[in-house]
Design a protein around this ligand. Structure first.
Ligand SMILES: Cc1ncc(COP(=O)(O)O)c(C=O)c1O
Length: 445
């Protein structure tokens, strides 16, 4: 087992340059310095292969972040890379359409239950935003009920605490409901009768659906004349080949996919029933890189490989060992009141509860620091990929065993955690500011 305080000189040098010219420091919020122990953790990665990455100072890590989930096969997958390089030689994007657009559309239709047609974007938020637009076009309504995270565009970010620059009307049109809480969804329909265009949600999250929740959401959405959109940008091809809809048997009207469909070569897709998808003939969804062949060539190689290699099965197998192994270690250290590994095995998260004695972000920071010291790049969740081997999992469990042992000593000694964190603790992810309940209270009050 590695025990190493990583030397991060080059990371720090680059960051000093970035601070002067890169607003917010980073292109992607969750890759920036606020999400890692600043002063201890590396800041810039240089390359990756399989399940491993190397930072700009030459330190290597087993990675569980996988670029925020799109790496489903592994970094620099040889099949996807070969397809991309072959396409680069032919040309990356053209003056007319390219057959790849139709090839990948047909692959998605074969794989995804609700898919009768598809269009492509580059980011996940392209797909969720156009899905909301299609629902508005089809229903002639403007309000949106949502559950989960759906990207950076106005309609979604309006009700978070990073909403500066977003017009007031956007805040009035989007309303969040809670997973496994049908009443919170129905309250939105009742507060805006005949005005809700769609329900957009992540179908499976860390929580398991209770009491047939997804079936009931679909029934309620249709009862009130709204479309059901599954945001499968995380679940797509990770929980099951064909997405959460293939796993749960609940088929939405529209769905969005990104991340894993092309092993992180940028591509996203809206798919769905023809009767709704062809609303795209009456609204403008068009951009220079819409049919970019690099992402499409990657998807054309990635999607069959996911099926051929039974990648989702692999993620469930290694993920089950990781989840059960962590929870067994927690029990052996007598730490059940403070931490557990939760979620579906193919996508788990380490949850922390301070019990009034520890700040949860300090707990996360301490664990992150000690996992990094053991050569594991970690931010509490496990974005597993096909390249994570059982040996990787066993190594990770050995690391967890040591870190849990360290934390047990902290608990026993009554020490506080802050002095043990060798840098700035991680900061919270941005929050919703106006969840539906406070919105209703404001309106009623
Ligand atoms: C469920 C879900 N929807 C939408 C998005 C937005 O995707 P992107 O960041 O590619 O725009 C994300 C990104 O993490 C996501 O997890």
């Amino acid at each position: 087992m590695i025990h190493r305080t990583p030397v991060i000189t080059r990371s720090n040098e680059i960051y000093e340059r970035a601070k002067k010219v890169v607003p917010a420091g980073s292109q992607t919020f969750s890759k920036g310095v606020t999400q890692f122990v600043e002063g201890f953790a590396p800041k810039y990665l240089h390359r990756g292969k399989g399940s491993r990455v190397w930072d700009v100072d030459g330190n290597d890590y087993l990675d569980y972040i996988m670029a925020c989930h799109p790496i489903i096969l592994g970094y620099a997958d040889p099949d996807v890379n070969a397809a991309v390089m072959e396409q680069l030689e032919l040309g990356s994007t053209f003056s007319l359409m390219n057959e790849l657009e139709v090839d990948v559309t047909e692959q998605l239709i074969d794989a995804i239950p609700c898919a009768e047609a598809a269009r492509f974007g580059k980011n996940g938020a392209d797909a969720t935003t156009v899905a909301v637009r299609v629902a508005r076009a089809v229903t002639g309504r403007e309000h949106v009920a949502y559950c989960g995270y759906h990207g950076w565009h106005d309609w979604y970010i309006a009700n978070t605490d990073l909403n500066s620059g977003i017009p007031e009307f956007a805040k009035q049109l989007s309303h969040s409901f809670n997973y496994n809480d049908l009443d919170s969804l129905e309250a939105i329909f009742k507060a805006h009768p005949g005005q809700v265009a769609c329900v957009i949600m992540e179908p499976l999250t860390i929580l398991e659906p209770k009491d047939n929740f997804l079936h009931e959401v679909k029934k309620m959405a249709h009862h009130y004349g709204a479309l059901l959109i599954f945001d499968e940008i995380i679940t797509g091809f990770r929980f099951h080949f064909g997405g959460a809809q293939a796993l749960t048997g609940v088929t939405p009207d529209l769905a969005t996919f990104a991340k894993a469909i092309s092993n992180a070569i940028p591509l996203s897709a809206i798919v769905g029933k023809k009767e709704y998808m062809f609303a795209l003939e009456k609204t403008f969804f068009s951009f220079t890189y819409g049919g970019d062949c690099i992402g499409l060539a990657a998807a054309k190689a990635c999607i069959p490989k996911l099926k051929r290699e039974k990648v989702p099965d692999h993620l469930w197998t290694v993920g089950t060992r990781l989840k059960d192994g962590y929870n067994a270690l927690v029990a052996s250290h007598g730490l059940e009141e403070f931490t557990s590994c939760i979620g579906y095995p193919c996508r788990t998260i380490i949850s922390f509860t301070g019990q009034g004695r520890y700040d949860e972000l300090e707990m996360k920071s301490y664990f992150q620091q000690e996992m990094i010291r053991r050569g594991i790049l970690w931010t509490a969740y496990h974005a597993l990929c096909w390249s994570h081997s059982m040996d990787d999992i066993e190594y990770t469990l050995e690391a967890y065993d040591e870190v849990l042992g360290l934390f047990r000593k902290v608990v026993d000694s009554g020490q506080s955690l802050r002095p043990l964190i060798e840098g700035e603790p991680v900061k919270p992810v941005f929050r919703k500011v106006a969840d539906f309940n406070s919105y209703v209270t404001k309106k009623r009050g």
